[in-house]
Ligand binder design. Structure first.
Ligand SMILES: C[S@@+](CC[C@H](N)C(=O)[O-])C[C@H]1O[C@@H](n2cnc3c(N)ncnc32)[C@H](O)[C@@H]1O
Length: 288
């Protein structure tokens, strides 16, 4: 059993470095995940890990502790409808409104092992010649170096490609590499991966027309969620679109975004020019 003061120390480190909140009932999770970090650093138990952190805190050790506590669950075309909307509603609108620059920028914030930004890249590729002479930047960021390395490698297990990826896409864009599936280098090259902590100022990442920030903020407390969403808003033009996870809401978190009717998970910016898309409510009970 982890000592309460060790749990408190490690919980605080994780919270201050990533925003992730760990309630006392998550002590078992912290213990399970941090045992591997402790062993890697030559310690036998969590007590030893906590003692090291108290004594001579090492930046790399603190980073690994934080990274070990992230939840990286993801899949290709997760929830399906955001990708259908992107293809059928959002991109056609951007192709009209961005005629002047022919440049669109999309951000997958909290991209985990890459399935989300690669799903976006496949949607774009499927559009074919419509995208000729357009520049589309897909920027994918995460706090976890392990996940970013996996994402960049573009290698997925049989289990991973069976989750959400249509068989036609598997056949078209993946080839077998040993017991894994390797994503086509052309699709991989469409996504630029970078380490980025959502607690930091995102201004250096530039402007984004579409932001996917799905199933990331669920692990943060309300004030932190609000700050992250306001930072995201500051990077978006007034007609930008935000996607959040199916179980997430902006209600009580920020007034910068509002849900778009009939497009679950899709949010538009509240501004003088809002109303680019039909306005929705957050009561999905009667609008599944
Ligand atoms: C559950 S995954 C979601 C992946 C993908 N967006 C999806 O919906 O399938 C959450 C990801 O957010 C990342 N994350 C957590 N806290 C973060 C932070 N403060 N900054 C950047 N990424 C963070 C985690 O490392 C993890 O890979």
């Amino acid at each position: 059993m982890i000592h309460p003061e060790d749990f408190e120390l490690l919980r605080r480190i994780v919270k201050s470095r990533s925003g992730l909140t760990l309630s006392p009932d998550k002590a078992y999770l912290l213990e399970n995940r941090l045992m591997a970090v402790a062993r890697k650093w030559g310690m036998n138990d969590i007590e030893g890990l906590a003692a090291t952190v108290r004594g001579t805190p090492n930046e790399e050790l603190l980073r690994e502790i934080t990274e070990a506590m992230t939840t990286n669950e993801t899949l290709f075309f997760r929830d399906q409808s955001p990708f259908e909307q992107l293809e059928k509603v959002v991109l056609p609108r951007l192709l009209e409104s961005r005629q002047g620059t022919r440049h669109i920028r999309i951000w997958s914030a909290g991209c985990s092992s890459g399935q989300e930004p690669y799903s976006v890249a496949m949607v774009l590729k499927q559009l074919g010649s419509v995208m000729d002479n357009w520049r589309v930047d897909i920027v994918a960021t995460d706090i976890s170096r392990t996940m970013l390395d996996k994402a960049r490698a573009g290698l997925y297990t049989q289990f991973e490609v069976q989750r959400g990826l249509p068989i036609a896409m598997l056949m078209k864009y993946f080839s077998q590499a040993g017991d894994k599936w390797e994503l086509d280098p052309g699709i991989r090259a469409m996504v630029h991966f970078d380490e980025f902590n959502l607690l930091n100022d995102p201004a250096p990442l530039g402007r984004f027309d579409v932001v996917f920030c799905r199933n990331v903020l669920i692990y943060l407390d309300q004030p932190t969620k609000g700050r992250v969403l306001e930072n995201i808003r500051s990077l978006m033009p007034d007609d930008g679109v935000l996607y959040m996870g199916g179980a997430e809401t902006v209600m009580g978190v920020t007034e910068k975004f509002q849900p778009v009717s009939e497009h679950r998970g899709m949010y538009e910016i509240v501004s003088a020019t809002a109303g680019n898309y039909p306005r929705g409510t957050e009561n999905y009970a009667s609008n599944p």
